[in-house]
Write a protein that binds this ligand. Structure first.
Ligand code: CUK
Ligand code: CUA
Length: 659
């Protein structure tokens, strides 16, 4: 709340500073004072502005890659300015980038679901590629929860290169996450269904419905997921949820939390417990502990079954080979996050005010000594809870997700409290901070209902601290009300100081999607191209296209009675050729190269009626095809205001009627 004290403290600070400055300095201090007073700003506000205001030309220190929720896209945001720099079109066509209107259609079509186009996605968990457990800035992966798809984005040009549809499952949620050297992109399932979209009545849930996690092999050389080297692991029909890969001491393992170990099947309309009650009936669900190094060996030894053409390690083999152990997780668990050294796993129970911290060393001991409290209904050994838990830390209501700082602090989002908790990790982390081990240190209120949080490099082996972003679900009263649909609110929190100083320093309304997780990478780890490496570059293959039109080779070429090829170049401020004449019903194969080498000299290209709309970045070549089935006279033109004579950058596409 703003009070008059705020104004007075601005005045006091101003007077203090003015007293020590030169006359010109004193005048500008008075200007600052006046401007602050006129807008009702406190000294805390001025300090926050000084930490975040980014004058023209100054670059951001960190870059956020945020999921876009059911917008199906990824957002790129600078920190600390909190400016939206770009959207990356992924599962959803996007006209500004020319994604899905002549270009990108084949990649989008690879994500078709049994031949049915689904031109949107529900993106939740972006994962940056890692080398030795640290972001390397090369690739970004993201899931689509709605249709269990995974996309690969190349960070040289921030464009989607591949979409793979999981052949086994309908939804995913426990992904994407990568192993420490990006050997695999992990995709945990969510709502159990029979394999491969088969029908089975709900009363056959226990027998026919499946849980799973899919290990997509990543080929870094090719920059693509290699489906032929990928496999899945069958799990009990729980709803596997968020997952994380082990690192350093826990490398070779992965951890998935789960809900609905009750096997609830809903049916409120038939007086059955509704899902929300049925799924939270038990006091605990199961953390899944999976040895993926061993699973990879089992897969390579061929101990798999084929489901819909995809290799799956069946649950009986999973158990026999000791690939999977469970251990209880309290009260509707949501996140599981591995600490930077890989030695602890933090699980938050949405209905438990504590986070539960598991020790990886204790888990290994319990597995070696078979310290089981029993088996689950499907025969999977359950590690004794007390034998593997290191600590339970009371943090507040509705804990969801945890991130880490460099100084032994952990941060947990509190959905119900609308706050971010700072607490201390124990053991080897104790030296980094002055508080006792495993203690809540501070809570910063956020606005409102935080889901995920992201700290700078906060889930790597070496977190940076400094900044944390609270990805809040609701903004309520924070911004001008844009009708009943309000933006979400990303709040930047300064975590550079220890103890209880952890202020919110910026609010960013995010009115383009409903993000879930986001990762924050140091900007200098990214090295994107400013123009494509050579003229005639095809971003879909990341290589020069031998067919790319070049200057002096522009032409319209009739191949046969029903096929015409167009070779076109674009440069400020003309397309060559400027007349393209075809006959009604012709198949038109149109190639176009932007031959510019200047940074940011992007040309757009559209052909009305035929739904063609491209963005051609400097050096880029694109090929699209369509049937000229509507005779007429169509101006094609450049859609990017590229030059003083941009409006003249056009031509006529003439479709002659056939007799
Ligand atoms: S989930 Cu959205 S707040 Cu999909 Cu990662 Cu937890
Ligand atoms: Cu090219 Cu406008």
């Amino acid at each position: 709340m703003r009070t008059r004290t705020g104004f007075r403290s601005v005045l006091a600070a101003g007077v203090l500073l003015a007293g020590t400055a030169s006359p010109a300095g004193a005048q500008s201090m008075r200007d600052v004072q006046q401007a602050a007073e006129a807008r009702g700003l406190t000294t805390a506000d001025l300090l926050a502005a000084a930490k975040t205001f980014t004058p023209t030309g100054m670059k951001d220190e960190y870059i956020i890659f945020s999921s876009g929720g059911h917008s199906g896209q990824v957002f790129v945001i600078g920190v600390p300015s909190m400016r939206l720099l770009r959207t990356i079109a992924v599962f959803t066509p996007e006209p500004w980038q020319g994604w899905g209107y002549g270009v990108g259609e084949e990649i989008l079509a690879d994500g078709d679901v049994n031949g049915q186009p689904n031109r949107w996605g529900d993106t939740h968990h972006p994962a940056l590629s890692e080398t030795n457990g640290d972001y390397d800035g090369q690739f970004l992966f993201i899931n689509d929860k709605a249709n269990a798809r995974v996309a690969v984005i190349d960070l040289r040009d921030f464009e989607t290169k591949q979409i793979v549809k999981n052949p086994l499952i309908i939804n995913d949620h426990g992904g994407t996450f990568v192993t420490p050297n990006t050997e695999y992109v992990i995709e945990g399932a969510q709502y159990s269904t029979p394999w491969a979209q088969e029908y089975a009545p709900i009363h056959e849930y226990r027998e026919k419905y499946k849980g799973s996690v899919t290990m997509w092999k990543f080929d870094r050389e090719k920059g693509r997921i290699d489906e032929s080297q990928s496999f899945a692991i069958e799990l009990p029909p729980y709803w596997q949820d968020l997952s994380d890969a082990g690192k350093l001491v826990s490398d070779g393992y992965m951890f998935l939390n789960s809900i609905n170990t009750e096997l609830a099947t809903g049916g409120i309309e038939n007086k059955k417990p509704p899902f929300e009650a049925g799924v939270s009936m038990n006091a605990t669900d199961y953390l899944h502990i999976i040895d993926w190094h061993k699973a990879e060996k089992v897969y390579k030894a061929g101990k798999t079954m084929e489901v819909n053409g995809f290799p799956v390690i069946p649950l009986n083999v999973v158990i026999e080979e000791g690939l999977l152990y469970l251990t209880p997780e309290p009260r509707s668990p949501h996140g599981v996050d591995v600490t930077p050294k890989g030695d602890f796993l933090v699980v938050a129970g949405k209905l438990d005010p504590h986070v539960t911290v598991y020790s990886f060393a204790k888990i290994k001991d319990a597995i070696a000594n078979q310290t089981f409290s029993g088996k689950d209904d499907f025969g999977v050994p359950v590690l004794d809870f007390d034998s593997v838990v290191e600590a339970q830390v009371e943090v507040g209501l509705g804990p969801l997700h945890t991130q880490f700082g460099p100084d032994g602090y952990a941060y947990t989002s509190l959905f119900l409290d609308s706050a971010v908790a700072r607490w201390t990790l124990g053991g080897p982390y104790a030296s980094g901070h002055s508080e006792p081990d495993w203690t809540l240190v501070h809570k910063t209120p956020v606005h409102y209902n935080v889901g995920h949080i992201g700290a700078a490099e906060g889930d790597t082996v070496s977190p940076d601290g400094k900044y944390l972003v609270s990805y809040n679900k609701w903004s309520v009263d924070r911004f001008f009300p844009t009708g009943p649909l309000l933006p979400q609110n990303f709040q930047l929190i300064d975590i550079s100081k220890q103890g209880s100083e952890m202020p919110v320093i910026y609010d960013m309304p995010i009115g383009v999607g409903e993000p879930h997780y986001a990762q924050i990478i140091k900007a200098d780890k990214l090295d994107p191209w400013t123009v494509y490496p050579e003229i005639g570059w095809d971003p879909q293959t990341q290589a020069v296209d031998p067919w790319a039109p070049r200057p002096k080779m522009e032409r319209v070429e009739r191949k046969d009675d029903h096929t015409v090829e167009v070779y076109m170049t674009a440069v400020r401020s003309h397309f060559t050729p400027e007349h393209v004449v075809v006959k009604e019903g012709d198949k038109v194969i149109w190639r176009i190269t932007n031959i510019e080498r200047a940074v940011d000299a992007t040309h757009g290209f559209c052909v009305p009626q035929f739904d063609i709309n491209l963005s051609l970045e400097p050096g880029e070549t694109a090929t699209f095809e369509f049937i000229a089935d509507e005779p007429g006279t169509y101006p094609y033109y450049c859609t990017e205001f590229c030059s003083a004579l941009h409006l003249e950058m056009m031509g006529y596409f003439l479709v002659e009627p056939r007799e």
